[in-house]
Design a protein around this ligand. Structure first.
Ligand SMILES: Cc1ncc(C[n+]2csc(CCOP(=O)(O)OP(=O)(O)O)c2C)c(N)n1
Ligand SMILES: [Mg+2]
Length: 613
């Protein structure tokens, strides 16, 4: 350490003594200084001079099947470990393949370091091989973009990419002209930043106002968001909830932000969320939105009912000050860290005389929702219309069977699709960093590679992905990576022979005209394809066999083998995802006159609900 002394600031930004080394060595040593142990990507000449050093520097390069998969794996790795995830690829097409994965990481607030070697400085602009402008395409899906503008600054920018990603919680890009890996300079390798030094609980006056409101509330509710997971604030949230006797709802797709078995847990808001959470919110007089930007999808009406308490006082704690009050107005905005703010609020609420309220309505709401979800499960979406059909399950029953057999410490990644969205009702977690849904970016093809990255970070925990057959078709090539790299996971595929979530829109609003939404799957089945690819596969058609098959696949995972669990389900469909954005179509030309619709579908279900192909 070159800089020592009592100043926290100086310690936080310390560097090692400068040393003569190659630019590639400076790059790799900075990765190592930032404790990088894994990097995901596909090999390319652009960064081979640095790649050569990875093993000696203690970095395992995980060679994926597609760069999109590598970016998702870095995302899953970051989400499961709370450390930075790293991906790297060849300039040009390797980098354009990253775009979707980085968009998803941005939506998930994942600190992913997206390393993008680019065309050499002496040929850039000549229109040479694999040359593309790599900065604009990431400009709105990264927190910061660092371009190494001189090779002597390799270590500085590489380190900065980590500091910014971890501090601002999102992907950063490190763009390196490929010729800059060659050459030598004197480099001072920076020490990694202790991120906790950058965090504060927020403005004290605002925290005091918030505590007064909470202590005086009759029906306070805590709404715990992703910031509680990422900021490791569950213990503080629990302490605050117990002090107030307040129910804790979680924001959309953050079901792991509060332990589901806690007596004050009422479950998630948002699409297919918990009616217990909705009931508590509707009645609230003060809401503490903790570690959440209150994104629009988590606050829209569900089951045809709105629940956002328009007249309640809203306190919002959010790390990113620009997101405070942006979607939902708030009375007190606190730009702070969820853990530190919650700890401060525990202290201040106690000082303000807060007492634990007796709230019998919490248990009543929990029981009401448990009963209703049980009934919805048995009836499916269409009142058991298909129960008599052999060889196909009601999707909700399959989801319930998976939930029943789910190990306690499971990590689950879910894809975008109708059945995956409905799974939100059935995914409950006792610990944080367990639920890795495709967040607001919402791309199909997310779940398998993301959970693979999570498994690399946490090999001790069971890793499960859920995907519809359409999304699976976009991502299953990463099974090759599972096989080659020895990453054992348990992917679940829902075989309904359709792009169901989009077909639901055609059912409801487009007269059951199924343009581009029905398809056939491989005759061997996805389980058969898995076997042909060198992993295992089990196909199940009866709900009563799901639990055993799932346990068998999990056992294989424990033994180091990936086994795809293919579930044959009927074509019934849950609520549409974008009711907020859809309208009945109006056609003015005579040619299209009968394409005008005047009412939503009466049944709400596809006309081919039980067809096998
Ligand atoms: C990359 C990408 N392409 C298209 C979409 C639009 N889209 C959203 S859901 C969906 C259907 C998903 O089908 P499937 O994975 O089979 O699940 P299901 O809805 O049938 O349960 C599509 C095409 C998307 N979200 N992402
Ligand atoms: Mg499908």
């Amino acid at each position: 350490m070159r800089v020592t002394g009592p100043s926290t600031f100086r310690r936080a930004f310390a560097t090692r003594a400068p040393e003569l080394m190659s630019n590639s060595e400076a790059f790799v040593e900075t990765l190592a200084a930032n404790k990088v142990e894994h990097a995901f990507g596909i090999v390319g000449s652009a960064f081979m001079d640095a790649l050569d050093l990875f093993p000696r520097a203690g970095i395992r390069f995980i060679s994926t099947q597609h760069e999109q998969g590598a970016a998702h794996m870095a995302d899953g790795y970051a989400r499961a470990s709370n450390k930075a995830g790293v991906c790297i690829a060849q300039n040009g097409p390797g980098i354009t393949n990253f775009v979707t994965g980085i968009g998803a990481a941005m939506g998930a607030h994942s600190p992913v370091i997206c390393i993008t070697p680019e065309a050499g400085t002496l040929t850039k602009g000549h229109g040479g091989f694999q040359e593309v402008d790599q900065i604009p395409m990431f400009s709105t899906i990264t927190k910061a973009q660092y371009h190494v503008n001189h090779p002597a600054r390799m270590a500085e920018f590489t380190d900065l990419a980590f500091k910014t990603a971890l501090r601002t919680r999102g992907p950063t890009q490190l763009n390196i002209p490929r010729d800059y890996f060659y050459g030598t300079h004197k480099f001072a390798i920076p020490e990694p930043l202790d991120i906790s030094l950058t965090r504060t609980p927020g403005n004290m006056t605002q925290l005091q106002r918030a505590a007064q409101m909470l202590a005086g509330a009759k029906k306070p509710v805590i709404l715990a968001g992703g910031g509680v997971v990422m900021g490791q604030a569950v213990a503080e949230t629990k302490a605050l909830a117990e002090l107030l006797g307040a129910p804790v709802a979680v924001t959309y797709l953050h079901n792991d932000a509060f332990p589901c078995d806690h007596p004050l847990a009422v479950g998630p808001l948002g699409y297919q969320g918990s009616k217990a959470a909705m009931a508590m919110m509707r009645e609230a007089d003060v809401v503490l939105a903790l570690g959440t930007r209150l994104g629009p999808f988590g606050t829209l009406p569900q089951y045809g009912e709105s629940y956002w308490p328009e007249h309640a006082q809203i306190i919002q704690v959010e790390l990113d000050a620009d997101k405070i009050g942006r979607v939902k107005p708030c009375d007190v905005g606190i730009a702070g860290d969820a853990k530190l703010a919650a700890a401060e609020l525990v202290k201040l609420c106690a000082e303000a005389g807060a007492k634990r309220l007796e709230r019998p309505e919490i248990l009543a709401a929990q029981q009401m929702w448990e009963k209703e979800l049980g009934e919805r499960t048995m009836a499916g979406e269409a009142g058991s219309v298909n129960e008599k059909l052999d060889g196909q399950m009601i999707p909700r029953m399959a989801l319930r069977e998976l939930q029943k057999a789910m190990p306690d410490n499971a990590m689950v990644a879910t894809d975008i699709g109708n059945i995956c969205s409905v799974s939100n009702s059935y995914l409950t977690f006792k610990e944080p960093q367990s639920y890795f849904a495709a967040m607001t970016f919402g791309n199909c093809g997310y779940a398998l590679p993301t959970v693979m990255g999570a498994k690399v970070a946490r090999p001790d925990r069971p890793a499960i992905s859920y995907a519809g057959d359409g999304a699976w078709g976009m991502s299953f090539m990463e099974l090759m990576t599972c096989m080659r790299e020895g990453i054992a996971v348990t992917p679940v595929v829902f075989n309904n022979r359709q792009w169901g979530a989009e077909k639901k829109n055609q059912v409801l609003w487009f007269g059951d005209r199924y343009v581009g939404t029905n398809f056939t799957n491989p005759p061997a089945g996805w389980a058969g394809i898995a076997k042909a690819m060198g992993v295992e596969g089990i196909q199940v058609s009866h709900a009563d066999q799901v639990g055993d098959a799932f346990k068998k696949a999990l056992q294989m995972q424990a033994e180091g083998k990936t086994c795809v669990l293919e579930l044959m389900v009927n074509r019934e469909l849950g609520d549409p995802f974008r009711r907020d954005a859809m309208k009945l179509p109006q056609r003015l030309l005579q040619k299209y006159a009968d394409f005008t619709e005047t009412a939503e579908s009466a049944t709400g279900q596809p006309v081919d609900v039980s067809e096998q192909r």
